[in-house]
Design a protein around this ligand. Structure first.
Ligand SMILES: O=C(O)CCC(=O)C(=O)O
Length: 218
């Protein structure tokens, strides 16, 4: 059997979606057809805007390393969280968002019921074993009408999807290479995070997980 035939059998149907809420869905394997284009694009953009470990306003250094592409990039320092049109490390604009990134985000959002999603920011998160993201809301964006589209690549992770209050119980959602999570509408401000990553190397990315998070920030 050829690689192509195998790939067709292995990939879940592109319209498959598993609900996490009225406006929140996991799209298993949705990004797999994009991976060959995504990985070199991630290498190119991180050569221009390298990964860095940001400091939170509270003075903690994040275990996840982060960079951005698109018109706006999310950053943090002792003064607070914000979106910026330039990379504070270089003073240059963030690398432009590759066309494949925007197309993946738009198509995934549409499967989750959010037509016409045009992200202007893409956070690129890099997790090594042990890295984690504590429960938080994505609320630095200008309006909450657009969804968040989150793409998982490389090592598996356990995504925590909570409620509208930090203390609400969070469900544990296992995410694999190629899975996409979309949340918007009444689920847009739900708390979410990622449990510390186990070391389970991936054939393409080794002992790393890369997450792309698409937002409409302005
Ligand atoms: O890595 C993930 O799956 C989630 C990333 C995330 O929550 C964020 O960037 O706000």
């Amino acid at each position: 059997m050829s690689r192509m035939t195998l790939a067709l059998f292995d990939d879940p149907p592109r319209e498959a979606r598993e609900p996490l809420g009225p406006g929140a869905f996991v799209l298993p394997g949705f990004a797999l057809p994009f991976v060959d284009a995504l990985l070199p694009a991630i290498d190119a953009l991180t050569a221009r805007a390298p990964f860095r470990h940001l400091v939170t306003p509270g003075g903690f250094t994040m275990s996840v390393a982060l960079t951005n592409c698109g018109a706006l990039g999310w950053t943090s320092d002792r003064r607070g969280y914000r979106y910026s049109a330039t990379d504070p490390d270089s003073g240059l604009p963030w690398p432009p968002m590759p066309g494949t990134f925007a197309r993946l985000a738009r198509e995934a959002a549409a499967v989750a019921g959010f037509d016409g999603f045009v992200p202007d920011a893409c956070l690129v998160n890099r997790y090594a074993p042990g890295a984690r993201l504590s429960l938080h809301q994505d609320k630095d964006e200008h309006d909450y009408g657009a969804p968040i589209v989150s793409v998982s690549l490389g090592m598996p992770a356990v995504f925590l999807f909570g409620g509208l209050a930090r203390t609400d119980k969070a469900v544990r959602v296992p995410l694999a290479h190629g899975d996409v999570v979309v949340w918007g509408g009444e689920d847009r401000l739900r708390y979410h995070g990622v449990l510390p990553l186990k070391e389970e190397p991936h054939p393409l990315l080794g002992a790393l997980r890369i997450n792309l998070t698409f937002r409409k920030a302005a």
